[in-house]
Design a protein. Structure first.
Length: 136
């Protein structure tokens, strides 16, 4: 029985066959080749915006400042993995820690813009039967 016990090893993260360290060494345009078609098109067409955002993330993280953004459609690239980015949901900034599994997704996917509906008791005037009640 002791021979059959195997110790569980933590599997190293890979994205399309590349480790995170290899992906961080790639240029953003080279990384785009590993993305799915829609995300690749977004990165290549908005290349300057992506580079500007990555530069802003590097500068603010080195200074210890918050990284706040309204860019919910920004594709997550390897340079920002490990950082905490505050993404705007339409009302407030929600903090999101970037992990390896988020590569290739958009920032807005991890910040909900709508809350679940919580139905309460109906108020006065909500139904026809409440009109018959006296309001004193």
């Amino acid at each position: 029985m002791a021979e059959r016990m195997e110790f569980e090893r933590k599997k190293e993260f890979t994205y399309r066959g590349k480790t995170l360290e290899e992906l961080k060494q790639l240029d953003i345009r080279e990384f785009a080749k590993y993305l799915k078609a829609r995300e690749r098109r977004s990165v290549l067409r908005n290349f300057q915006v992506v580079e500007k955002f990555v530069k802003k993330c590097r500068e603010n993280s080195s200074r210890g400042k918050l990284i706040r953004t309204h860019l919910r459609d920004m594709i997550i690239v390897p340079e920002i993995v490990g950082l905490i980015v505050h993404v705007y949901n339409g009302k407030e900034f929600i903090s999101v820690k970037m992990t390896e599994e988020m590569l290739g997704h958009r920032l807005g996917e991890f910040v909900a813009t709508r809350r679940p509906v919580k139905h309460g008791a109906p108020g006065v005037g909500a139904t026809r039967s409440s009109a018959a009640l006296s309001v004193k």
